[in-house]
Design a protein around this ligand. Structure first.
Ligand code: PEP
Ligand code: MN
Length: 452
């Protein structure tokens, strides 16, 4: 039997198309099904972006984070854009995540699992199907894998060819990620030098003590003869929200080694807050792949909701398989999270818990921008650690919307971006991101929480 024929049989045995019979929210209305089918056929024949063995390695690391033996840092844009998939912007984002990781390694005294919201984060769920501006109503922007951001009728028409473009942009981004993180770029000494650069800004004086401690630790390592050459390469994983089911299905492949299905569009994929219906199509498709997967949990989640998701998505209790990414909001987390932690801990298999302190803290500034306060973001992280301390569970990591550039999208931080400052460089396509400085400051602030 041909490989394709046997793959089709395996796909059927694994029920990889069962989701098609279930309600799927947040899917675009493509104007021409023939074009869509043509594109999906092409996508199904493309090489995988990641390999099953890599996803398994990440799963083992996520299991370590669940057990309190590692800490995850997942970061990147709310929505990637094709225009920003340039070497400079990708490098800046990787550099920011690596810099944060060094600070967090010291704070947590744990290995940091590094994961980008990168190389595939091209689709967005929206609260409304349409957007109205000055009395004109157009389809909402759903991410560059679907339509374009410009507010014109032509750009907002969903175009299936964009799915293929998203695949190729993801491939070239991942290619750069792999190059940067296996060359000298990730050298610990080099990343540490960048962090020293951050400290020359007087705004960050309050983190000086911690910065000096990290400096001392690295000098101690050098004196003790640590092999820095061996620390030149880091593992860096890709992730995105598995939103567009046609795309995710086309990139789902049968691993020739094990015969098991893997979503080969990224190492880790997650289900968003708006698409986590227990009987819905998203939960069904991801229940059938072997990758480590995540589910966002918002402030209306009940302990029973979380338990049912855990039973559905990780019935065998496989360590590292399931991550809950909580995004409750700074004012709700202390109340909502502990009963969920208790229930899941007592009645489900192991779960990795990650804090997304961004999505529950979105506000509109008086100047009219969708933004977030740096203080609220830190407060949610604090509430996350407190909730885990109360429930005696392990806080496993952070999920952050960030960029390596000097944008002005979130309020505050030591550089004090205010309402009026937001307009200086507000560039995000959807949600506000921490800029480079705010991201590093967050790492220092969280390191202090972990290492008081
Ligand atoms: C996101 O991560 O950009 C997002 C839409 O999150 P959530 O599903 O938590 O709202
Ligand atoms: Mn977002």
């Amino acid at each position: 039997m041909s490989t394709q024929g046997s793959d089709a049989l395996a796909a059927e045995q694994h029920g990889l198309d069962h989701w098609r019979t279930l309600p799927a929210t947040q899917q675009p209305t493509w104007p021409d099904p023939d074009v869509l089918n043509h594109v999906l056929e092409e996508l199904s024949a493309t090489p995988p972006l990641v390999f099953a063995g890599e996803a398994d390695d990440l799963k083992a690391r996520m299991a370590a984070a669940a057990a309190g033996e590692a800490f995850v840092l997942q970061g990147g844009d709310c929505a990637e854009s094709f225009a920003d998939a340039t070497a400079d912007r990708i490098r800046a984002k990787i550099m920011t995540i690596l810099q944060m990781a060094v600070v967090l390694t010291y704070g947590a005294s744990l290995p940091i699992v590094k994961m980008g919201r990168m190389a595939g984060q091209y689709a967005k769920p929206r609260s409304s199907d349409t957007e109205v501006r000055d009395g004109i109503e157009l389809p909402s922007f759903r991410g560059e894998a679907v339509n374009a951001h410009a507010f014109t009728p032509e750009s907002r028409i969903p175009d299936p060819w964009r799915l293929l473009k998203a695949y190729h942009a993801s491939a070239s981004t991942l290619n750069l990620i792999r190059a940067f993180t296996s060359g000298g770029f990730a050298d610990l000494r080099r990343v540490h030098e960048w962090n020293k650069g951050f400290m020359t800004n007087p705004a960050y004086k309050r983190y000086e003590k911690l910065a000096q401690e990290i400096d001392g630790a690295i000098r101690f390592m050098a004196a003790a003869g640590v092999d820095f050459e061996a620390l030149k390469t880091v593992d860096f994983y890709s992730s995105h929200e598995a939103l567009l089911l046609d795309y995710e299905r086309a990139l789902t492949r049968i691993d020739s080694r094990t015969g098991q299905p893997y979503n080969c569009s990224a190492h880790f994929v997650w289900i968003g807050e708006r698409t986590r219906q227990i009987d819905g199509a998203h939960v069904d498709l991801l229940s059938r792949v072997r990758n480590p997967i995540g589910v966002k949990l918002g402030p209306t989640t009940t302990p029973d909701d979380a338990l049912r998701l855990a039973e559905r998505l990780n019935p065998e209790g496989e360590p590292g398989r399931l991550t809950f990414i909580t995004r409750m909001g700074a004012s709700a987390i202390r109340e909502v999270l502990p009963p969920i932690l208790h229930k899941v801990h007592e009645e489900a298999g192991p779960v990795t818990w990650i804090c997304d302190p961004m999505h529950g803290n979105t506000i509109t500034s008086s100047s009219g921008y969708k933004t977030r306060r740096f203080t609220d973001i830190l407060e949610e992280v604090r509430g996350f650690f407190d909730a885990h301390a109360e429930a005696a569970t392990n806080p496993g990591g952070l999920h952050v919307e960030l960029t390596g550039d000097d944008v002005t999208e979130c309020l505050g931080g030591s550089e004090e971006i205010d309402d009026l400052g937001l307009c200086r460089r507000y560039e995000t396509l959807v949600d506000p991101r921490l800029n480079h400085q705010q991201s590093l400051e967050m790492a220092f602030a969280v390191a202090e929480m972990l290492h008081p």
